[in-house]
Design a protein around this ligand. Structure first.
Ligand code: ADP
Ligand code: MG
Length: 586
């Protein structure tokens, strides 16, 4: 085949692919344009997860009628004049590609009026073909309507996720901008369902509520750090508020949401040793530095940036995070585990140190691993336990006591058992759930119905889970768009916090999870059990220890938690004897 220049429609569709990957990208570009136009109100209407319609209306500066055709041309922008401007970019857009790209893969209608003009003008573009503008009556500002997205790129349609997921992307995206621009009123409606409404009063914590739910937003710690021409501000979660995924860590550079693995790493370093393995904080950190210290022109979507002095920035992020944590968690400074007598009742603040506190490594000197190695062979510690099959029932156990408020020590006919109280309780709750599910669930009404507030995307997810929850003994009803009333909970959960159980479902759910599938039910229930089970770090009375052991003995699969981690370590008499040199290898 000979080389030839691509026809313009093909070239522009290829270019569009870089900017417009999915419906949320359209929303992003249009919001950025509205913000660049100085809007103080932005209304977003979405239908069919953005495939049928994305409409963004703003009260910004507007576009003069005669410039409308230019606005949808490629490389047409009012924001950049020379190449040198690239190094002092103050606007979100500058490449002059977005409208042209969107127009080439949709039906786009651009209606705009400047404050000076008495009449507005409307321009239609169909798959890249520009019709001449017509005068129309319209308020000052701009309305961009994007219909039938990707109608002419069937291949792109195939790559879209199911609607619920695309909708969630859009929710997520809008709230991220709302958080960065709290002085702008945002209003998002998806299929007539109000997803987000902010006041525009400049209060970031209010927007955080829409992102994380009211309770979590209240708990977030404030970060503030300033040095020379660098400022880091925003919010991070306290140690007891974490997720099983990294998706709730947000970074902004000069008002622009960015994705940067090095920034995430710096944040996590700030939490170093404070988080359990596999848990991640929530964060919204705003970094402000001189425009010339950062290159935003790395990628067409501008989600990636490059820093002039990355090391200095990352060190600052880490210090800022560390300082905020230490200021709010004085106990974190202590390296020993103080005894905590606080029962984890409903209204009692979480006992300190945070339940599930990771073992604190002694600084510098690496700790020698506890020497319970089996002489001669390098058998792993778990070897003696493995002699018992995971499904094997437990013998009768005699409680001996509790260690570090986290492990129970018990004696059985065949040696010593160290039991992780949290994992054990998870297992017990899980089996009770399964048992009741077969025999009929016993619910228990709450004396006072509990009202839980969650973010709009979480509310949507929770709505999908309601029938399932009902079946498992929760009576939960939607109440407004982002509130739920919990009227009863499974009796098994006793007096644990029902709000926690719901949070467990929504916070740790996977991005593209299709709910209500038989296999997943058990996973969801396991997640609830994990959340409500007694935490490590909780002191148990001798009666409570005895009860926990008895319940564990009654389990079908007592030796692992529902997630498959061991609930216990068994040190057999045989092993003890060999360890003490009473028998075997001398
Ligand atoms: P860029 O934002 O990179 O300049 P776009 O293709 O997104 O490129 O927009 C092209 C031009 O159209 C912008 O430079 C701006 O002048 C104008 N424009 C787009 N959207 C709006 C809006 N909502 N309000 C005012 N002007 C707008
Ligand atoms: Mg733009």
């Amino acid at each position: 085949m000979s080389i030839r220049i691509l026809p313009p429609e093909v070239a522009s569709q290829i270019a569009a692919g870089e900017v417009v990957e999915r419906p949320a990208s359209v929303v992003k570009e249009l919001i950025e344009n509205a913000l660049d136009a100085g809007a103080t109100q932005i209304s977003i209407k979405v239908e069919g997860a953005g495939r049928r319609l994305v409409e963004v209306a703003d009260n910004g500066c507007g576009i003069p009628a005669e410039e409308l055709p230019l606005a949808v041309e490629r490389h047409a922008t009012s924001k950049l004049v020379s190449a040198a401007d690239l190094w002092r970019i103050q606007t979100l857009g500058f490449r002059g590609e977005a409208l042209a790209s969107i127009a080439s893969v949709s039906l786009l209608t651009l209606t705009s009026r400047t404050a000076k003009a008495t009449l507005g003008a409307r321009l239609r573009v169909e798959g890249g073909k520009i019709h001449p503008p017509e005068p129309v009556g319209s308020p000052p500002g701009t309305v961009v309507r994007v219909e039938n997205l990707f109608y002419n790129v069937p291949a792109r349609l195939k790559f879209l996720k199911r609607e619920a997921t695309e909708r969630r992307w859009i929710d997520h995206l809008v709230v991220r901008y709302a958080l960065a621009y709290p002085q702008v009123r945002f209003h998002l409606i998806q299929d007539k369902y109000p997803s987000l409404q902010t006041s525009g009063l400049g209060e970031r914590r209010e927007v955080l509520g829409a992102l994380y739910g009211a309770e979590a937003a209240r708990q977030m710690l404030t970060v503030f750090w300033e040095e020379d021409n660098l400022r880091i501000s925003g919010f991070i979660s306290p140690l007891f508020l974490t997720r099983s995924h990294r998706r709730d860590m947000f970074f902004y550079v000069n008002g622009r949401p960015v994705q940067d693995t090095a920034l995430s790493a710096a944040l996590l370093k700030g939490y170093h040793t404070f988080l359990m393995v596999g848990r991640f904080p929530l964060a919204a950190l705003f970094i402000e530095l001189p425009p010339e210290a950062v290159d935003v022109n790395v990628h067409p979507t501008k989600a990636e940036v490059r820093f002039r002095q990355p090391d200095r920035l990352f060190a600052a992020v880490q210090s800022a995070v560390r300082r905020a944590l230490l200021a709010n968690q004085p106990v974190a400074l202590s390296t020993s585990l103080p005894a905590s007598d606080a029962p984890s009742g409903k209204d009692v603040p979480p006992p300190l140190p945070w339940p599930g506190w990771p073992p604190m490594p002694t600084p510098q000197t690496p700790e020698p691993s506890p020497s319970i190695s089996v002489p001669n062979e390098s058998q792993p510690l778990t070897a003696p336990t493995q002699s018992a099959l995971p499904g094997e029932r437990l013998p009768l156990l005699r409680p001996v006591g509790q260690v570090a408020a986290t492990y129970l020590v018990a004696e059985g006919p065949d040696g010593l058992y160290l039991i992780d109280q949290h994992a054990a309780h998870e297992r017990i709750l899980f089996e009770r759930f399964l048992e009741q599910h077969q025999k009929g669930v016993v619910s228990q009404n709450l004396l006072q119905p509990l009202v839980v507030h969650v973010s709009a995307p979480a509310a949507r997810l929770l709505n999908e889970y309601l029938p399932l929850l009902n079946e498992w003994g929760f009576q939960v009803e939607p109440f407004g768009s982002t509130y739920f009333v919990v009227r009863s909970i499974p009796a098994i959960l006793g007096n644990s916090d029902p709000g926690q159980a719901l949070q467990a479902l929504i916070e740790d759910s996977e991005e593209d999870e299709a709910p209500l599938q038989a296999l997943q039910e058990q996973r969801l229930i396991a997640r609830i059990c994990k959340r409500v089970a007694i935490k490590g770090g909780t002191r148990l009375s001798p009666e409570e220890q005895r009860a926990l052991l008895a319940d564990l003995e009654a389990c079908q699969m007592p030796r692992t938690c529902p997630h498959g981690r061991p609930t216990m370590i068994h040190l057999s008499v045989d092993l003890l004897e060999r360890q003490f040199g009473r028998r075997g290898a001398r």
